[in-house]
Design a protein around this ligand. Sequence first.
Ligand SMILES: [Cu+2]
Length: 172
Amino acid sequence: MKRSLAALVGAAALTLAATSASAHATLEVGQAVTGSYYKAVVRIGHGCDGQPTLKLRVKIPEGVSVVKPMPKAGWSLDIIKGPLATPLDDGHGGKITEGVTEVIWTGFLLDAHYDEFALRGKLPDAPNTVLWWPIVQECDGGVHRWIEIPAAGQDPHSLKEPAPSLKLTPKP
Ligand SMILES: [Cu+2]
């Protein structure tokens, strides 16, 4: 009796983990070659406690440059620019000191529906590091802040609202 209950609880925990991983705000592709152009596709699996999503704010990780969001029918697009913490080489002997720091989509997405939001950018040359993409999902009467970053050694799955991560792999 005790054993079967434990097995049941274990199975339930597994189901929960699988559900939350697919339901959070996540990146379609979680790893990419360092220094390459990367298409970030943010997947939104649900609203906030059943409420529809009205706004999505995606913070661009430091070092990601030449960011261009992909326009989306039914959604307006705002691009926030700011000074870069680390100026980047522009490839023509100069420095890029300003860049896109945040992309904001405003529209409407029912909790019952699923959608994807895309942008493209050039990744920094930092192999074997992880870039975190904090996302704030604003709903009609609620908010999800997908901004939690695990501490060293902490299991990201233990976080309630984890930021999506992108692993940079070495150049082939
Ligand atoms: Cu979720």
